[in-house]
Design a protein around this ligand. Structure first.
Ligand code: PLP
Length: 423
C-alpha cells in the first residue's frame, strides 16, 4: 500500500460485525480462562495482553500503522517523544556505556542525554552534524553503543546527512537512531538511508492537532545485534527478569522492540493512554494531506520573509539559498516540514516585539500542528542553555521559530505583514 492508503487502512482491521473504527480498549487488564494461560504470558511463552502498562491493543494497532509508514518490522507507542528517545537509547545502553548525539537535537533530547542519562552512568559525546566522517569517527569509543540524530533538527532545521551518519555508525558496529519527528514518514523514511531505529514525538505532525502528547519507536529489523553479543548483552544474553530469555534468540527481528516493551515498559511504565492513541490514529489518517499543505505554506512564507526588508535571515531547507537545500532535495524531495526559523534586523528585542504583534500565529511552546504558532527558543524551550550551547545547537539568540499551519497561506502572510509593519 502507498502511504496515503496506509494512513487510512493500516492497523485496525475489523472482522465480521466488529466496529469500523478502532475501538479504545479502555481497560487496565485482560481476562484469561486458566492460571496456566496467564503464566505463559509472564514467561513470554505466548503473546497476549495482560496489563496495559506493558501493552494495549489500541496502542498496538496504531503502532502497527506507524511501523508500516516507516517500513519497519516492529514498533511501540510511548507516553511522549521524550520517553521514545529515552527508551530507544536506554534499551541498548547501561551504566558505563557511551553514546554519540548530534549537537543540534531538540533541547529536551539534549538535556536527557547529556544531563539526566549522565546521572545514570551513560556518557554522551556531542558532535557537529556537519562534521566529516573522519571527524565523527573520533567520537567513538570501545563502549559506544549508539548514535542519535534528527532528520531535521528542531529548531535549527539542520538536515542530516543520514547516509553519512549510518556509514560511520555501522563502521563502528553500532546502530543509528533517527528522530524523524519533523520530516514524518510522509517526507522521509530514514530506514531507506541506513538508519536502524526511528523515533517520533507523535505529539507533533502525526497527531497534528495539538491534542495528545505521545511518542513512537520503530525498529527496521536491520541491525544484527547478535553479531556483537559483547556490545549488546541486554539483547544477546539471558534476561534474569524473564527466567533467562535471550531476546535475539527468541524474538529475532522483533528483539529490540520486544525488550523495550516487556522490560523497559514493564519497569518504567511510560505507556501511551489508549485514548491518546485513538486520537493519534485519527490524526494519522490525514497526515499526508496535512504535510503537503504544511510544506507548501512554509515555502511561501519563507520566500515572503526572505524578501522582507526587516528580516535579517531566513532558515528553511526548501529555499534554494539554504545551506541544506541539496541535502533536503536528496532526502526529502516532496518537502521538508512546516517549520521555519528567521531573525530580524532588530535582533533579540525585535523578535519579542514581533511575537507580541502577531494575531493569527499564537505564542505556544508547541510546534508542528495544524495551527500556525510561534516561539522564541532562547527565551522558552532552550532557556536552560548557555549562549555557547545555543550556538552549538544552531539556535541563534534572535531565532524566531515559526511553525506554519495549514490555514490559507494568504492569511498567514497577512498576519506577518501587519506585525512586521508595527516593529
Ligand atoms: N523530538 C523532537 C524532534 C521534538 O521536537 C520533541 C518535542 O518538541 C521531542 C522529541 C520530545 O517530544 P515530546 O514533547 O512528545 O515529549
Amino acid at each position: 500500500m502507498k502511504k496515503e492508503t496506509i494512513c487510512i487502512q493500516a492497523g485496525w482491521q475489523p472482522k465480521k460485525g466488529e466496529p469500523r473504527i478502532l475501538p479504545i480498549y479502555q481497560s487496565t487488564t485482560f481476562k484469561y480462562e486458566t492460571s496456566e494461560q496467564m503464566g505463559k504470558l509472564f514467561d513470554l511463552e505466548e503473546s497476549g495482553y495482560f496489563y496495559t502498562r506493558l501493552q494495549n491493543p489500541t496502542n498496538d494497532f496504531v503502532a502497527e500503522k506507524i511501523c508500516q509508514l516507516e517500513g519497519g518490522v516492529a514498533a511501540m507507542l510511548t507516553s511522549s517523544g521524550q520517553a521514545a528517545n529515552y527508551y530507544a537509547v536506554f534499551n541498548i545502553c547501561e551504566a558505563g556505556d557511551h553514546c554519540i548525539m548530534s549537537s543540534t537535537v531538540y533541547g529536551g533530547t539534549f538535556n536527557l542525554l547529556t544531563v539526566t542519562m549522565k546521572k545514570m552512568g551513560i556518557e554522551c559525546t556531542v558532535v557537529d552534524p556537519d562534521a566529516s566522517e573522519e571527524e565523527l569517527a573520533k567520537a567513538f569509543k570501545d563502549n559506544t553503543k549508539c548514535v542519535l540524530a534528527e532528520t531535521i533538527a528542531n529548531p535549527a532545521l539542520v538536515v542530516l546527512d543520514i547516509e553519512k551518519f549510518a556509514r560511520v555508525a555501522h563502521s563502528h558496529n553500532v546502530p543509528l537512531i533517527i528522530d524523524n519527528t519533523f520530516a514524518t514518514p510522509i517526507n522521509c523514511n530514514p530506514f531507506e538511508w541506513g538508519a536502524d531505529i526511528v523515533t517520533h514525538s507523535t505529539t507533533k505532525y502525526m497527531d497534528g492537532h495539538a491534542m495528545t502528547v505521545g511518542g513512537a519507536i520503530v525498529d527496521s529489523g536491520n541491525f544484527d545485534w547478535a553479531k556483537y553479543p559483547d556490545k549488546f548483552p541486554g539483547l544477546c544474553a539471558p534476561d534474569d527478569s524473564y527466567h533467562g530469555v535471550t531476546y535475539t534468540e527468541k524474538f529475532g527481528k522483533a528483539a529490540y522492540i520486544t525488550k523495550a516493551t516487556v522490560q523497559l515498559m514493564r519497569d518504567l511504565g511510560s505507556i501511551q493512554a489508549p485514548q491518546n492513541a485513538f486520537l493519534l490514529n485519527v490524526g494519522l489518517e490525514t497526515l499526508p494531506l496535512r504535510m503537503e499543505r504544511h510544506c507548501a505554506n512554509a515555502q511561501a512564507v519563507a520566500e515572503y520573509l526572505e524578501n522582507h526588508e526587516k528580516v535579517a535571515w531566513v532558515n528553511y531547507p526548501g529555499l534554494k539559498s539554504n545551506k541544506y537545500y541539496e541535502l533536503a532535495q536528496k532526502y526529502m524531495p516532496k518537502g521538508t516540514c512546516g517549520v521555519i526559523s528567521f531573525g530580524l534586523k532588530g535582533g533579540r528585542e525585535a523578535a519579542s516585539a514581533l511575537m507580541d504583534k502577531l494575531k493569527l500565529a499564537a505564542i505556544v511552546t508547541h510546534v508542528a500542528d495544524a495551527r500556525t504558532c510561534v516561539l522564541h527558543p532562547a527565551s522558552h524551550t532552550h532557556r536552560q542553555m548557555t549562549d555557547e550551547q545555543l550556538v552549538e545547537a544552531g539556535v541563534a539568540p534572535d531565532l524566531i521559530r515559526f511553525s506554519t499551519g495549514i490555514e490559507n497561506v494568504e492569511d498567514i502572510i497577512a498576519d506577518l505583514e501587519q506585525a512586521l509593519a508595527q516593529i
